[in-house]
Design a protein around this ligand. Structure first.
Ligand code: HEC
Length: 194
């Protein structure tokens, strides 16, 4: 009987641990997706405004001067650090760190093999002694992106020139529609999940 109670308690304990882990991951997913949505909406509405007001020039201007600023604004609004990164990055400030590189490489290999990308990916890490859940949302290239990330020989020369001027070491061109472009990363401190 004693042994039975012992095993039973272990099972209950293990089960509740698993449940709380799953609950945490579900919360990370919710918060991550919310942050990504907020970033998309902010970018889209502001880019639209820039194009409406100042055409292609406005769009280019928006991207090199405002994309970073809006990412920071959204980070502050949702309360988590948000970053866009890629193995072929344009902006030096978007350069992947070691964790990003591992995730980007894993996703790229998966995409090459299966032609598919997961909806999202979560890594649990310690950064400067603090525990984080890092949420990654893969991004694919859509048709409108090709204007600034497509085949250079087919891009508007004005755009090519502007990009070269601002990002002489640009790696983010010659993509095709559907390609894996990179990720949006959201750092969620573990203590914010309780
Ligand atoms: C009008 C030009 C333009 C269009 C259209 C455009 N981008 Fe960009 N993109 C840029 C510029 C300029 C940067 C670098 C500035 C920044 O955002 O930090 C950039 C940066 C990025 C980054 C951050 C990583 C990096 O390379 O620095 C991602 C991810 C990205 N673009 C994805 C996309 C996707 C996906 C689309 C289509 C939905 C798209 N872009 C459409 C100009 C554009």
């Amino acid at each position: 009987m004693k042994r039975f109670i012992f095993i039973f308690s272990i099972l209950v304990l293990a089960n509740s641990c698993m449940e709380s882990r799953e609950e945490k991951l579900e919360l990370v997913k919710q918060k991550g997706m919310e942050a990504v949505k907020e970033l998309h909406e902010t970018m889209r509405s502001n880019l639209k405004k820039a194009i409406k007001e100042r055409g292609t020039e406005g769009a280019i201007d928006f991207c090199y001067s405002k994309a970073e600023e809006f990412t920071k604004q959204v980070s502050e609004k949702v309360g988590f650090r948000i970053k866009r990164t890629s193995l072929k990055y344009r902006n030096e400030n978007d350069k992947p760190d070691a964790l990003d590189r591992e995730v980007l490489t894993t996703l790229e290999e998966k995409f090459k093999k299966t032609g598919k990308l997961p909806d999202y990916l979560i890594r649990r890490v310690t950064i400067n002694g603090k525990e984080f859940y890092v949420f990654y949302k893969p991004i694919q290239v859509k048709k409108p992106c090709l204007k600034c990330h497509g085949d250079v020989s087919k891009m508007d020369p004005e755009i090519v020139k502007a990009i070269k001027e601002h990002y002489p070491a640009d790696k983010a061109v010659n993509y095709k529609e559907g390609d894996f472009r990179g990720v949006i990363r959201v750092d969620i401190p573990a203590d914010k999940l309780n």
